[in-house]
Design a protein around this ligand. Structure first.
Ligand code: CUA
Length: 372
């Protein structure tokens, strides 16, 4: 048997960039121009961030950068995939040619190497400069804030504080309000001993970390009235996914009205719960609706669901005292229902977050005291 000698690779007989390179370049350029115009001017709200779903000045800046990057991304995609397809076709092995046919080998093409170094470098430098300009606008706003609000994130609700407003507003029942057209400073942190959360309004395009013991800030001017979602966008535990709130951007006049009314309401609302009116039967119903997901009424302290079991809450020897050192009283139970709890046993939202009325609290205290 004679050995088959390896033959030298045959070269596809196509010179230079091929016969259709100019035509392909024209077609790709037309497609690119059409796509660029579409990105810039078609209402692609479902696909791209757009002015109609931007609610702050910084959102417009971020969207501008995003569109700029999209335009270049579209161009790169069209030219790269277009030329790859074209060259694959032009330099293909023709029918009847040997199996080891290869394309024209190109080595040491200084011209090519300069092109593919200079072009991406220029593009990246432009992107870097534009990014720095936008970043500077987001981080160092030159407008003086007309309003400073505070957001405190807790497991698993948001607390909103306003100047001159006694008491806080709690999600999900209460809503955050901001005035359109006025620069605002939003100071963000997390509750003491809580975990890291993140304050995010998608229509602002910015997320800001809520870290215990640290204050971060968001400086924006809301530009559009409306209702927007606030979400926690940092995994913070079991109920992270339901840690949501609503933001209402009001006209400046409506905002002033709202804040004035909230101040009056907060000043009026005092500690007025009359525990003597509590009804244990109604308390049992309220417990089933609002507490039973986390607390067991049929077992002692160690019968935990999320929080401890509450049977014998008043005289359970296994139950750590509700208030350090002293035996728990109905008022202690009321206090925890009102303020919530964060500590070694875990975390429970306060009354606003749990949606408890004065009547609910009196009834729940009566019911819990009866569990013995
Ligand atoms: Cu709070 Cu996730």
């Amino acid at each position: 048997m004679s050995q088959v000698a390896p033959s030298a690779p045959q070269v596809v007989p196509v010179k230079g960039l091929g016969p259709g390179f100019g035509a392909v370049t024209v077609v790709l350029t037309i497609v690119n121009i059409a796509m660029t115009l579409a990105v810039l001017y078609l209402p692609l709200d479902f696909l791209l961030p757009s002015e109609s779903n931007a609610a702050s000045d910084s959102a417009l800046a971020v969207d501008g950068l995003f569109k700029f990057m999209t335009v270049f991304g579209v161009a790169i995609t069209i030219y790269v995939t277009g030329y790859v397809a074209y060259f694959a076709w032009v330099f293909r092995r023709r029918a009847g040619e040997p199996i080891n046919t290869v394309g024209v080998p190109i080595h040491d093409s200084t011209k090519l190497e300069i092109w593919w170094t200079v072009l991406p470098t220029l593009l990246l430098v432009v992107l870097m400069v534009y990014t720095i300009v936008v970043w500077k606008q987001l981080q160092f706003p030159n407008t003086a804030a007309s309003l400073t609000t505070e957001v405190v994130a807790h497991q698993f609700y948001f607390e909103f504080r306003y100047p001159g407003l006694q008491g806080s507003i709690y999600s999900p029942k209460g809503e955050m309000h901001l005035p359109a057209g006025r620069p605002v400073k939003i100071l963000v942190t997390a509750g003491e001993g809580d975990v890291i959360h993140q304050f995010w309004v998608p229509e602002f395009r910015q997320k800001i970390a809520a870290v215990p013991g640290m204050v971060t800030e968001l400086n924006i001017t809301p530009i559009r009235t409306g209702r927007y979602d606030i979400a926690c966008s940092e995994y913070c535990g079991k109920n992270h996914s339901i840690m949501q709130a609503k933001l209402v951007v009001d006209s400046p006049a409506d905002f002033d009205k709202w804040l004035a009314a909230a101040r009056v309401a907060a000043a009026k609302a005092g500690p007025t719960i009359d525990l003597a009116t509590g009804d244990a039967g109604a308390g049992k119903t309220a417990f089933t609706q609002k507490c039973a997901a986390c607390h067991n009424a049929a077992g002692g302290f160690d019968a935990k669901i999320v929080g401890p079991g509450l049977l014998h809450i008043i005289d359970d020897p296994a139950h750590p005292k509700l208030v350090d050192g002293s035996a728990p009283t109905p008022e202690d139970i009321e206090n925890i229902l009102v303020k919530g709890y964060t500590g070694p046993i875990g975390a429970m939202p306060n009354r606003q977050a749990n949606g408890l009325t004065d009547g609910d609290i009196a009834n729940l205290v009566a019911y819990l005291v009866s569990l013995k």
